[in-house]
Design a protein around this ligand. Structure first.
Ligand code: MN
Length: 244
């Protein structure tokens, strides 16, 4: 099995090395990741300039750094390494729960794999002041990969780890609760005005969702799809406004 590994935190993130170390037990691993952090890049691609692809071996792994987005890395990685079976993206330093999936570069890399006809898995861990203890997480990462790598019917899955030793794995759905989206003004040391975008959830956590699972101490696994069509509203709109 050929496993392409990427992330949005940049190729030198400790999360990507931990993921490569666990994934290497399941198949051949190659790392292709952004040369700098591209968190919250979403599914952007580099279309107006060429990209570079430079060899950067990391801890014995074949690795390449790209001056582009996570989605670029998947496109280049799959182009330069034939017969990739699956793309793993992460382990991201920062959860990608609920609405974060819209902004996430980590999830976008997994989505890009699915767009190319490959399978994709995004993996994230909550960020804190200290670096997460990946050694504690590794047995759970291995359990997740054992389930997901061996099930070819799962094309796109978003995985989130809790902030402590996981109690087990849970299948979940995406939390869709809204956040406040408040813009907080401030001032830089030179007295210039600047703004921070805040993402504070304003609704309760719903049971069965990704956020609920990690709050309960479980690893959350959410199967995703690329088709965003709202089937209910499509049917209702077609009934209300018959177009001839
Ligand atoms: Mn990130």
């Amino acid at each position: 099995m050929r496993i392409l590994i990427t992330n949005d935190d940049g190729i030198y993130s400790p999360g990507i090395l931990s993921l490569a170390e666990v994934a290497a037990k399941f198949g051949d691993v190659r790392i292709v990741a952004p040369d700098v952090e591209r968190s919250s890049a979403g599914h952007s691609i580099t279309a107006l300039r060429p990209l570079s692809y430079k060899r950067t071996p990391i801890a014995g792994f074949e690795a390449y750094r790209v001056d582009g987005t996570p989605a670029d890395c998947v496109a280049l990685g799959a182009h330069n390494w034939e017969k990739v079976d699956i793309v793993l993206s992460g382990i991201n330093l920062g959860s990608n729960l609920g609405n974060s999936m819209w902004h996430s570069g980590t999830v976008a890399a997994a989505k890009q794999a699915t767009l190319l006809g490959l399978r994709g898995v995004a993996l994230s861990v909550p960020s804190s002041a200290d670096e997460p203890d990946f050694e504690i997480l590794k047995p759970s990462v291995a359990k997740v990969l054992d389930v997901l790598l061996n099930d070819k019917d799962l094309t796109l899955v978003n995985v989130n780890f809790p902030d402590r030793k996981p109690k087990g794995l849970r299948w979940t759905r995406q939390s869709v609760r809204r956040y406040d989206g408040t813009v907080v003004p401030g001032e830089d040391p030179m007295g210039r005005k600047h703004f921070w975008f805040s993402i504070v959830p304003i609704e309760e956590t719903e049971e069965g969702t990704d956020r609920w699972a990690v709050e309960e101490g479980y690893v959350s696994m959410t199967p995703l799809r690329l088709d965003l069509t709202n089937e209910k509203e499509l049917a209702a709109a077609a009934a209300r406004h018959p177009l001839t």
